[in-house]
Write a protein that binds this ligand. Structure first.
Ligand code: AMP
Length: 366
């Protein structure tokens, strides 16, 4: 069966977005900026993205009737999260173009095919092994040595479903911690810093990368992104080339993020890929205020078949997430000169929940 093929959209056309969180919200706002409509599809009743679109569908990802009506109302479908159920992606792709291609979802939803895909492109990663059961874990831990990191293969995010196994640690406890679910074991990477590259690829195959971001996590959650990353230009070029290679290998259309570790090997800094996010990414939020085009607009341009912009950065940038109760201090940020505040409109504060972010742009000479 031939699937509907992507086409160049016109202003007034509608982009369907699966997922109603802050990423979907910011994608819909970017679509509106370009005269396109957004239609959000999400199961949660208080999805922050519902607030900013004219049309939305609140339904489960398994609801065929709702998916069919959604497909009829939109000109292209995209998504804000990588755990889109395969059923929904396949059902929609038979009716309307889905970009990026759901193949990228299938690979990145599971850490083992994801790492294998990256390694298959001759891009360095931590050493890794698939773990199906406890005996497999014992064998993998013997091969890879300690310290190592056990991560469940699916549905892990913000450090959930992962555990560091140090010398003397109990393997059985680690196995219980990942829910005794199929996992991967990786060597522990003694990284100097964590970086990410946000890349966009257009329908006609052009790739544009934003400047490399440096990411600081607290309690496994991204806290601060600083741009540019404190790495030599040659290494930044290498990191961008890796993201470009991954985007091309997926025949990707849209924005993706590649998270990497900077490590020192034999006195030289180099990068290892940790993870791919087939979507706009928290470490790219700075682009809303700190670049000539945002990651959200770049994604919308790509899935609409429009040209990408070569992004220009406005200065040195710092983006800080407002997590949980930190959002209560937002009033201070409203009056801080140069600070740009974004609140996601979430109904309730919960520990670890991303409630908003603030971007500070330090222009040359300030
Ligand atoms: P992930 O869920 O793979 O993005 O991992 C979350 C965080 O855990 C990363 O941002 C790192 O700070 C840390 N981490 C993940 N994998 C490793 C590893 N192999 N070695 C050291 N730290 C890791």
């Amino acid at each position: 069966m031939t699937l509907p093929q992507p086409r160049v959209l016109a202003p007034g056309d509608t982009i369907g977005i699966l997922g109603g969180g802050q990423l979907g919200r910011m994608l819909a706002l970017a679509a509106a900026k370009l005269g396109l409509h957004g239609h959000i599809y999400a199961p949660e009743p208080d999805s922050p993205a519902f607030d900013v679109v004219r049309r939305s569908t609140r339904a489960d990802y398994s609801d065929e009737g709702a998916l069919d009506r959604f497909a009829r109302d939109v000109d292209v479908v995209t998504y804000e999260f990588e755990n889109v159920p395969a059923f929904a992606a396949t059902f929609l792709a038979a009716r309307v173009p889905v970009l990026p291609d759901p193949k990228a979802l299938a690979v990145t939803q599971d850490r083992f095919p994801e790492k294998s895909f990256v390694a298959g492109l001759s891009i360095p990663t931590a050493q890794f092994a698939s773990v199906e059961d406890f005996t497999g874990l014992e064998a993998a831990a013997r091969t890879l040595g300690r310290p190592c990191v056990l991560k469940c293969r699916r549905f892990g995010y913000d450090g959930k479903g992962q555990v560091i196994i140090r010398d003397g640690a109990d393997l059985a406890a680690a196995w219980r911690e990942v829910g005794e679910a199929p996992s991967i074991l990786e060597t522990f990477v003694p990284f100097e810093r964590e970086i990410s590259v946000i890349a966009a690829r257009s329908l006609d195959g052009r790739v544009e990368c934003f400047d490399v971001c440096e990411n600081e996590h607290r309690n496994h959650i991204l806290k601060v992104t600083r741009v540019p990353a404190r790495i030599p230009p040659a290494l930044a070029g290498k990191a961008r080339a890796i993201a470009d290679k991954i985007a091309v290998a997926f025949d990707y259309v849209g924005v993706l993020a590649v998270e990497m570790f900077v490590v020192r090997e034999r006195g030289e800094e180099t990068v290892l890929v940790n993870e791919i996010a087939p979507r706009v990414h928290n470490s790219g939020h700075w682009t809303l205020d700190g670049a000539s085009v945002s990651q959200f607009e770049q994604h919308i341009r790509a899935v609409a078949g429009w040209p990408l912009m070569r992004p220009l950065r406005h200065g040195r940038i710092e983006m800080t997430n407002l997590i949980g109760t930190e959002v209560r201090d937002a009033a201070k940020l409203l009056i801080e000169p140069g600070a740009s505040l974004h609140l996601y409109g979430k109904r309730s504060i919960q520990p670890g929940r991303k409630m908003g972010h603030v971007t500070r742009v330090f222009r040359e000479g300030t």
